[in-house]
Design a protein around this ligand. Structure first.
Ligand code: MRU
Length: 350
């Protein structure tokens, strides 16, 4: 199945293994990295070569295949033990995106299934990783349809935060998939994108995705979002998520919570698009979601140059939690949960 505005991919399994588009270098350079060990894959996730919750999960799944190849000369039981050790290492790369743990669990189940032998192990793991990858893309197409159906024909313009696009997923994107579909349907004419400090995913990645696909995109500093809404320039905020708790609380890129408060104040609707693999029914509320704290150096500078004065400290949480009561709709590949609550989320997941 192909869609309009669907030309971008960031994760590739080729004959000689895993390749990742290096997202730290975009948009200035288009560089693919070839990764041949699970340790290198974990490092690529930690260092933001690949980022975005579903993309992290898919990459980790291929990391397990890489591990199987790396340890192929070992006898069967020590090879399995080596792969399990690599799975643990991959699981420690980033803490918030539950898609990572979801994908690694699937790979572990495959590794421990009765069908596995020394001869078919790599192929079975590769088939599982490719399934996770392909199903993520299909889920994004479905979310695109469901999410776009919520927008009126004259939705005009929307605002997004961070990058929940093709680069952050197997392809097409969650929030950006909804925007792609709504733009294709003629419902929106313009996308606003927060630049998204400190990694600038909005300025570097979201803007690049839209410019690449000829969708009009306007960047703004996060601090300009309140004025944008005050002036009635957007009808919806559409974002992705790293983990959604059982009660509908949403963890996403730092700054998402402020947008949700602003949206409610200004009568702007707030949509979260995320696959079922992002929903963590074991986290009762957002308070149970581990929030990654990243290095202070990321806040001190911009584009590799030091900006902050020496002597200052920095607080650098990578994500925040938006309470469910500020969310108008959670969109997954299974459909739409409006005004999410525990009961509605349980029904959606059943
Ligand atoms: O730190 P990042 O770039 O991995 O953060 C990404 C986000 O916050 C995305 O919005 C989220 O993972 C959803 S991606 C479809």
């Amino acid at each position: 199945m192909t869609q309009a505005f669907d030309s971008i991919r960031a994760i590739f399994w080729k004959e000689d293994g895993l390749y990742l588009l290096d997202q730290r270098k975009l948009p200035q350079e288009d560089v693919e990295l070839h990764l041949t060990t699970a340790v290198a894959v974990a490092e690529a996730i930690r260092d933001m070569v690949v980022r975005g919750a579903p993309a992290i999960g898919i990459t980790a799944a291929y990391g397990v295949v890489t591990s199987a190849i790396e340890h192929q000369t070992e006898n069967f039981s020590s090879r399995r033990a080596s792969i399990l050790k690599d799975i643990k290492h991959l699981s420690e790369s980033r803490p918030t995106a539950v898609n990572l743990f979801w994908a690694l669990d699937k790979m572990k189940q495959c590794l421990e299934s009765g069908q596995v032998t020394g001869d078919n192990l790599t192929q079975l793991l590769l088939t599982q990783a490719q399934k996770i990858h392909e199903e993520d893309i299909k889920a994004n197409y479905k979310m695109g349809e469901y999410g776009a159906s919520l927008l009126s024909d004259d939705a005009g313009a929307v605002l997004t935060h961070c990058n929940a696009g093709a680069l952050a997923t197997g392809g097409y994107g969650t929030a950006l998939g909804v925007i792609r579909s709504a733009y294709g349907a003629g419902k929106i004419k313009q996308v606003f994108a927060d630049e998204t400090r400190p990694w600038m995913q909005g300025a570097r990645l979201t803007a690049w995705e839209f410019v690449t696909e000829n969708i009009p995109v306007t960047l703004l500093c996060e601090g300009a979002a309140a004025s944008l809404m005050q002036q009635g320039k957007v009808s919806w905020i559409i974002v992705g998520s790293d983990r959604i708790a059982a009660n509908g609380d949403v963890a996403n890129k730092i700054g998402t919570y402020s947008l949700a408060i602003l949206a409610r104040h200004h009568g702007v609707k707030f949509m979260v698009a995320a696959p079922i693999s992002t929903i963590d029914m074991k986290s009762a509320t957002g308070a149970d979601i581990p929030i990654e704290q990243r290095d202070a150096s990321e806040v001190f500078g911009c584009g590799g140059a030091r900006v902050a004065t020496d002597g200052a400290q920095a607080w650098n949480p990578a994500f925040d939690v938006t309470p469910a009561e500020l969310v108008d709709a959670i969109v997954t590949e299974k459909g739409i949960v409006e005004n999410p609550t525990l009961e509605k989320m349980q029904l959606h997941m059943s």
